[in-house]
Ligand binder design. Structure first.
Ligand code: PLP
Length: 427
């Protein structure tokens, strides 16, 4: 109020001075486009929920597991947690490389007949974390090739570490995008791929759901060997494979031990997305140009910036690999695969071209003709269902959306009902 006439006057608020440090932003982080895909989707989902507060939004988007951890495995973790509260059961830091019993169990379950040794298996807090640490190990000078589309962590971690130039419509300068589309059976034409130091390869693939055959993986290993590349093979969905001609590990392929590392995870096998447990296999035979062993550097990185996976999680991992745990894990995987089958046939019935879903928990649906973010928005608006836009996985993902099969069965059935209502012939 004015002191003289007592009228109310608008007074400009004093401008708040932002306080800045003198630290320059890491220019590589500055090259990244928008937000990381999944937080961006979560943001749009929240905005949608605010617009429609009463809607039951169903997420087939982010790809997070939904079903409870099975009894045998949950009990093992309960026991481990209880033990920590006792003098006998307490343990502090463990080995950075993982509990030796777990390293051995992973080796016996998945790699024993493939020539791998327990000391080549490094237990971790998950594959994504290992991918980041691997980028740090290989460094900013490495040239990277990725499947296009692919899990966004490969490209974004390459950008962060400084392996790329800036971004344009065709992707980041310096990254070799290996196009994987229905036309090439989702396997890159390697004769067109420029050699790279590191090749990220994920099978079964997130997001396309395609699993590479033995012959295709042999081509990949031969290509890497011929060019002196290292393949970072992501097997996070291996146990979803039912096709006998699709290997579950790259080490089934002759020659892989001198050009491949493999990362894998309990996240999608046992519902450990929140528990956090994975592993990476680095063969002793894998060497740099100067003859040094890669495993020595991986061990050094692990010792320096990782203090070992949670002891409770590792107790859970050990239980997963016992016969009862394996049985329960497979039941959970089969449940999600049934979801995948339901979604696959729904979209097929609706007349869409559908891919994936047979050896993976992802369905890759072709919806050409408009940007996939628009399709994502259209689906959300019409059905209150969150999917993932294909372009979020790379330029060749444009024209597709991904639906994840991780969901409670009643949510999947409700999603089917809504899809049919919104996209059926009569609608
Ligand atoms: N690799 C792929 C291909 C994935 O899809 C995911 C998770 O969605 C991960 C790795 C991450 O696994 P983790 O939970 O072990 O970090």
């Amino acid at each position: 109020r004015c002191r003289h006439c007592s009228k109310i006057r608008a007074v400009a608020a004093p401008e708040k001075q932002e306080v800045r440090t003198s630290l320059r932003r890491n220019e590589n982080i500055g090259k990244l486009q928008a937000g990381y895909l999944f937080p961006e989707i979560a943001k749009r989902r929240r905005a949608h929920q605010e617009k429609f507060p009463d809607a039951h939004v169903i997420s087939l988007g982010i790809g997070d597991t939904t079903e409870p951890i099975t009894g045998f495995v949950a009990d093992a973790m309960k026991q481990a947690a209880d033990g920590l509260g006792t003098r006998q059961g307490y343990s502090g830091y463990g080995s950075e490389q993982g509990n030796p019993k777990l390293r051995e169990a992973i080796c016996n379950r998945f790699y024993a007949s493939l020539g791998r040794q327990p000391q080549e298996i490094f237990v971790s807090d998950g594959s994504k974390c290992d991918i980041g640490r691997m980028q740090m190990m290989f460094g900013s000078g490495a040239k990277v090739a990725v499947q296009d589309p692919s899990y966004p962590a490969y490209v974004d971690s390459s950008v962060m570490i400084g392996q790329t130039g800036g971004y344009s419509e065709t992707g980041y300068d310096g990254i070799e995008y290996m196009v994987c589309r229905p036309e090439n059976d989702f396997f890159p034409d390697l004769s067109q791929v420029r050699p790279a130091d590191l090749i990220f390869f994920c099978s079964p693939n997130n997001p396309t759901g395609a699993a590479a055959t033995r012959e295709q993986l042999q081509q990949l290993v031969d290509f890497a060997s011929a060019n002196g590349s290292v393949v970072i093979y992501d097997a996070a969905y291996s146990l979803y494979i039912s096709d006998a001609n699709c290997p579950k590990s790259i080490f089934e392929i002759p020659g892989a031990e001198t050009c491949c590392v493999e990362t894998c995870s309990f996240s999608k096998y046992a519902g450990f997305t929140g528990v956090r447990l994975g592993w990476t296999v680095v063969p002793e035979q894998l060497r740099y140009a100067d003859g040094q062993q890669v495993i020595k550097d991986w061990n050094r990185v692990t010792n320096t910036i990782f203090n070992g996976a949670s002891n409770i999680a590792q107790a859970g991992g050990l239980a997963c690999l016992e016969p009862q745990g394996m049985k329960e894990m497979q039941q959970t995987i089969d449940f999600y695969k049934e979801n995948a089958g339901i979604l696959y046939s729904t979209f097929e019935e609706l007349g869409f071209k559908v891919h994936g879903g047979k050896n993976a928990p992802y369905i890759w649906i072709a919806i050409p003709g408009k940007p996939s973010w628009d399709t994502f928005a259209d689906i959300l608006e019409r059905t209150h269902i969150v999917t993932t836009p294909g372009s979020g996985f790379g330029p060749a993902g444009e024209g597709f959306v991904r639906a994840s099969a991780f969901g409670h069965r009643d949510d999947i059935m409700e999603a089917v009902r809504r899809f049919k209502e919104a996209y059926g012939k009569s609608s």
